[in-house]
Write a protein that binds this ligand. Structure first.
Ligand SMILES: Nc1ncnc2c1ncn2[C@@H]1O[C@H](COP(=O)(O)OP(=O)(O)OP(=O)(O)O)[C@@H](O)[C@H]1O
Length: 390
């Protein structure tokens, strides 16, 4: 059959028939392309072509790009943090693809989330972060403070209370959900210098295995800046505001409040030096912004609790107030055990007498106990210093 078309009759078409058909189709396609190029604007053509390639890639390829956003619902994503911890352990410079598998076909979206939680829970190191305003991001360093709740020179009952409180907090996600409160706990640590406030923060971080975000209020420029700084902290972390009484405006705020109790709203908006307001901070602790993120412990330390605004101190904001005091006999014995490895010594009686008469901070005491490995030399140094103080 001498024709320019393919025959479906079972006969093999001749070479010239194939070439003729090919030439006709090519010519037809060229005409169509020319018409389309002239009729459809370039940008629309590019859009159609990109959609077509996306469609074919998505439907006919077994590869896809897995994007883990750094921030999810305004806070740093736990999955992102887990990937940051985990991926460097399995990929290197030469890795160009990664095979990800799951045997849970029914609930595959839960897999990354659960894996993220497990990875973060198994995390051995914890970090301390400080905010870099120039680059608008938290800068981290590995946190290796040796303090533990065990090594703190504190009343045994108080230690037990703290541990129980932390355990209760961490196990009560359901409770916080049910009562409609953000899963947060505020601790106020107050007492004279050198009584272990910072050490207790480190001990809590080590106990909970939480990262610590060290918030320097004085470098925050405004409430918006404060929100940005705080919402970029991760879950399962401690937000630390040390020596809050050093912020002049908090003290002024308190003074104005007592002078005019009716002006509560007004005083709450007084600026914390130089930019954030007390109201902005309270809003994050238990206001609308408190719901950004969960499992957070906010710790505020001060040498002068009496100077702080009552609005900050009330339950829901600072739930637990812990007074860190000067050494008592049991605190001294705790330090002697930690620093010198002893439970008793002939000089303990003299130390007990001095403790009743002169206040000494655990920091001062530790300084003398570190002077020698020989308990007698170290205790003599302590007693001599103390007697001079008396
Ligand atoms: N209660 C304590 N138990 C064990 N060690 C303590 C205690 N208090 C202080 N120390 C020791 O003293 C050092 C200083 O203590 P720390 O910085 O924790 O005190 P602070 O109350 O935060 O002081 P400041 O108010 O000046 O910041 C610590 O490194 C720690 O070794």
């Amino acid at each position: 059959m001498a024709t320019g078309y393919f025959s479906f009759s079972g006969q093999t078409p001749s070479l010239s028939a194939v070439l003729t058909t090919y030439a006709s189709i090519s010519a037809f396609m060229m005409v169509i392309r020319t018409i389309l190029n002239e009729v459809i604007p370039r940008r629309m053509r590019e859009f159609i072509s990109s959609k077509l390639s996306e469609y074919f890639l998505f439907n006919f390829s077994n590869e896809f790009t897995f994007i883990i956003e750094q921030r999810w619902e305004a806070v740093i994503s736990e999955t992102y943090k887990a990937a940051e911890v985990y991926l460097p352990t399995i990929v290197g410079a030469s890795t160009d693809s990664l095979l990800v598998g799951s045997n849970n076909t029914r609930n595959s979206t839960a897999v990354p989330k659960l894996a993220a939680q497990k990875i973060l829970e198994a995390r051995q190191t914890i970090n301390i972060y400080t905010y870099d305003h120039k680059h608008s991001s938290w800068q981290s360093a590995v946190f290796q403070h040796p303090s533990t709740i065990d090594t703190m020179a504190m009343d045994a009952d108080l230690k037990k209370f703290i541990i129980d409180d932390l355990d209760t907090f961490v196990n009560r996600k359901g409770f916080f959900d049910n009562v409609g409160r953000a899963w947060k706990r505020g601790y106020l640590l107050y007492g004279p210098p050198g009584t272990g406030k910072s050490s207790l923060v480190a001990a809590i971080a080590n106990y909970m295995k939480y990262n610590v975000y060290d918030l320097q209020l004085q470098s925050v420029k405004s409430d918006a800046d404060l929100r940005n700084v705080l919402t970029t902290t991760t879950n399962r972390s401690i937000i630390l505001i040390e020596d809050i009484d050093c912020n002049e405006t908090v003290l002024h705020d308190r003074g104005r409040r007592s002078a005019s109790p009716d002006k509560e709203k007004e005083t709450e908006n007084v600026s914390l030096d130089p930019g954030a307001t007390l109201s902005g901070m309270l809003n994050f602790i238990d206001g609308l912004w408190s719901s950004c993120g969960e499992e957070r412990i906010i710790i505020v330390t001060t040498n002068h609790k009496e100077r702080l605004d009552p609005a900050l101190l009330r339950p829901g904001r600072m739930d637990v107030h812990i007074e860190m005091g000067y050494c008592n006999p049991s605190g001294f014995r705790m330090l002697a055990k930690t620093y010198l490895g002893i439970k008793d010594h002939a000089l303990f009686g003299r130390v007990d007498e001095l403790i009743k008469k002169v206040d000494i901070s655990p920091a001062e005491m530790a300084l003398h106990l570190m002077k020698s490995d020989d308990p007698t030399i170290a205790l003599e140094s302590l007693v001599e210093f103390w007697t001079r103080k008396y």
